[in-house]
Design a protein around this ligand. Structure first.
Ligand code: HEM
Length: 117
């Protein structure tokens, strides 16, 4: 499927860096980004709310139909802690692999981003 997109860890890190810089693209993540994000409990709460928003969106909800909320919240929060500079190792799937075969297109990605702002 050539119009599927690949979501890589590098792209996610760049995105997060951009958000931390107030929307401008940045090459490197600030070292204290994890603290700026508010630590693990804040991250988990943010991911949980994000999942609720995604599930309420009729274009995106089907992607998360079988998703376990607790597991997803924990995994995504740990992922952001990992790329945000916390010492935690990322033991989940490589991000490109986690999305492979899910038929995520640019329009889905763009819509997804509107909920992460
Ligand atoms: C910057 C953008 C994104 C990042 C950083 C990201 C990150 C992740 C991570 C870390 C996982 C968990 C991997 C694991 O299971 O070990 C995951 C799973 C998943 N992502 Fe994303 N993702 C992004 C965008 C998207 C988009 C746009 C969609 C679809 C609209 C999507 C749909 C999913 C789904 C369906 C799962 C599996 C959930 C489950 O376990 O049921 N992601 N993502």
């Amino acid at each position: 499927m050539r119009d599927q997109i690949v979501i890589s860890e590098e792209a996610a890190a760049a995105l997060l860096a951009g958000a931390a810089e107030g929307g401008e693209a940045a090459d490197v993540l600030p070292k204290n980004l994890y603290e700026e994000m508010g630590g693990m409990e804040t991250l988990k709460a943010a991911v949980f709310s994000l999942l609720e928003l995604l599930r309420a969106d009729e274009t995106l909800s089907h992607f998360f139909h079988y998703t376990d909320s607790t597991l997803f919240t924990r995994r995504i929060a740990h992922f952001f802690a990992h790329i945000g500079g916390a010492t935690e190792e990322w033991i989940g799937k490589p991000v490109d692999e986690a999305h492979h075969g899910r038929f995520i297109k640019h329009e889905h990605f763009d819509l997804f981003l509107t909920y992460t702002e």
